[in-house]
Design a protein around this ligand. Structure first.
Ligand SMILES: [Ca+2]
Ligand SMILES: [Ca+2]
Ligand SMILES: [Ca+2]
Ligand SMILES: [Ca+2]
Length: 415
C-alpha cells in the first residue's frame, strides 16, 4: 500500500466513526431496567423491568437486600445476606423461592404491610435445620406482635367456601380440585411478630395455609408472638407436624372451610396476657353442612393456656366440623373441650367427630356440649345435645400424655 492510499483509508475511517457518533445509538438508557444498554445514548422506550426487585439498602447502619414485588422466576435467598421484606411479596408464575438454611428475613419498617405470599402453582423451598432455622422477624428494634403479615401459602386443594376465594389481606386466590397439590417445603421455619390486622375480620396470621395440598411438606414450624392466629388453615389437605404456637394473640391453631389434613405433635403455649383458644375448628360458619367437611386427624396435641380466669377454651370444635383427635392434653384453660352447633353434634353421634385419650388439667369444665340456638337464645334440639353428651365418642379419660422429646436444637424460642 502506498502513502496516498493509507491517507485515503484513514480519512474514510475517521469519517465513518464521526458518522456513527453523530447518529446517537438508541436503546434502553435506564440502569434499573433489565435490558439496560450502557452504550445507548438515546432512550427508545424499549426498557423492560423485572416484576420484583432485590436492591441493597441500609437500616440503622446495617446492610440488607430489600425484596419487593412479584417474584416470577425461581431465585435463591442465601444465608450470608440479611433480607428486608417490603410490602406484599408474591411468588408467582410457577416459580420456586428457595431460602437457604440459616437465612434471616426481616419485615421492613417502611409504612408498608410486608408479607410473603406464595401463589397457587408456585412453591417455597425453605428447608432449615434444627440448628440453622430460617427465621422471619421484624426489623423494628422494639418488636411487637402484628408488625407484619407473616407467610401465606395458597394451593389448589379443595375448600368449601366457593370457587377461587381470595385470601385475607389480598394475598391471592386459593382452592381447587387437587388434594395432592404441592406448594413446596417449610421445615424448621420460625415466624415472629406477624399477624397484621387490616380490619376486624381481615387479619393475617403467623402462617396461613389456604387450600394447601398434601404434597406440601410442613414440619418444625413455630409461630412466635403473632397478633392473630399462630397457624390458620383455610380448607385444603396439608399435613402439619411438629408445630409450636407460642404467644398467639387469638387462636394458637385455627381451621375452617374444609381442612382435612393431619396435625401431629402440636404444642400451644399462650403468653401471660393474650390468646383465645388453643384450637378453634370450624367447618363453615355460613353453612355448617358445606362439603368437603373440615375433618382433620389431630394426634399428640398439647395446649397450654394462660389462666383459667381468662374464660377461654382449650379446643373448640364447631360450625359442623368433623375430626379424629387422639392424645390431647389441655392445661390452664377455663374449659377443656367445647363442641357446639347441631351439625357438629350430628357428627359426634355419627362417629365422625371423636376424641380419645384426652387429659384436661385445671379446667372448670372438662367437656361442654352445646346445640345450635334460635334467635331468642334457646337451644333448638335439646335431644341432640343430650344424645351427644351420652355418646362416648368425645371423652376425657385422663389418658392423654404430652411429650416434648422432639423439641431439640435451637430452632424455636421460648416465651
Ligand atoms: Ca385468623
Ligand atoms: Ca382465629
Ligand atoms: Ca378465636
Ligand atoms: Ca376461626
Amino acid at each position: 500500500m502506498n502513502k496516498k492510499n493509507i491517507s485515503a483509508g484513514l480519512i474514510l475511517t475517521v469519517a465513518l466513526a464521526f458518522g456513527f457518533a453523530s447518529c446517537k445509538k438508541e436503546g434502553c438508557t435506564d440502569s434499573n431496567a433489565e435490558n439496560f444498554n450502557s452504550e445507548a445514548k438515546k432512550d427508545d422506550g424499549s426498557c423492560t423491568y423485572k416484576s420484583y426487585t432485590l436492591e441493597p439498602t441500609t437500616v440503622n447502619g446495617v446492610s440488607y437486600t430489600k425484596v419487593s414485588g412479584t417474584i416470577d422466576e425461581s431465585i435463591t435467598l442465601n444465608a450470608s445476606t440479611k433480607y428486608l421484606l417490603s410490602g406484599g411479596v408474591f411468588v408467582s408464575n410457577g416459580a420456586t423461592l428457595t431460602i437457604e438454611a440459616g437465612t434471616t428475613i426481616y419485615a421492613a419498617d417502611d409504612n408498608t404491610v410486608p408479607f410473603l405470599a406464595i401463589h397457587r402453582g408456585s412453591k417455597i423451598n425453605a428447608n432449615g435445620t434444627a440448628d440453622q432455622p430460617i427465621v422471619f422477624t421484624t426489623v423494628k428494634s422494639n418488636p411487637a406482635a402484628g408488625d407484619w403479615g407473616g407467610i401465606i401459602v395458597n394451593g389448589y386443594a379443595p375448600v368449601n367456601n366457593g370457587v377461587d376465594p381470595e385470601g385475607e389481606g389480598g394475598t391471592g386466590k386459593y382452592g381447587g380440585t387437587n388434594a395432592a397439590d404441592n406448594s413446596g417445603v417449610l421445615r424448621y421455619v420460625r415466624v415472629e411478630y406477624a399477624g397484621k390486622q387490616f380490619t376486624a375480620d381481615n387479619e393475617l396470621n403467623g402462617f396461613s395455609f389456604n387450600g394447601v395440598g398434601n404434597g406440601t411438606t410442613l414440619e418444625y414450624l413455630q409461630a412466635y408472638m403473632v397478633a392473630d392466629d399462630g397457624f390458620e388453615f383455610f380448607g385444603g389437605t396439608a399435613n402439619l407436624s411438629y408445630a409450636l404456637s407460642y404467644g398467639s394473640g387469638d387462636d394458637s391453631f385455627d381451621f375452617t372451610y374444609g381442612w382435612s389434613g393431619t396435625g401431629m405433635n402440636w404444642r400451644a403455649e399462650q403468653s401471660a396476657t393474650e390468646g383465645d383458644r388453643g384450637i378453634e375448628g370450624d367447618n363453615n360458619s355460613s353453612n355448617n353442612a358445606a362439603a368437603p367437611f373440615s375433618n382433620p386427624t389431630l394426634k399428640n396435641i398439647e395446649l397450654v393456656g394462660r389462666d383459667t380466669s381468662a374464660h377461654t377454651v382449650g379446643m373448640k370444635l364447631r360450625e359442623g366440623t368433623k375430626a379424629t383427635v387422639d392424645n390431647l392434653v389441655v392445661s390452664n384453660f377455663l374449659k377443656g373441650i367445647e363442641i357446639e352447633h347441631d351439625q357438629t353434634l350430628e357428627n359426634v353421634l355419627a362417629g365422625d367427630l371423636t376424641v380419645i385419650n384426652a387429659t384436661v388439667n385445671g379446667a372448670a369444665s372438662d367437656i361442654s356440649i352445646k346445640g345450635s340456638k334460635d334467635a331468642n337464645g334457646n337451644t333448638i334440639n335439646q335431644t341432640l345435645v343430650d344424645d351427644a353428651k351420652a355418646s362416648s365418642n368425645v371423652k376425657v379419660d385422663g389418658s392423654g400424655t404430652a411429650s416434648t422429646s422432639w423439641l431439640t436444637g435451637s430452632w424455636y424460642r421460648n416465651l
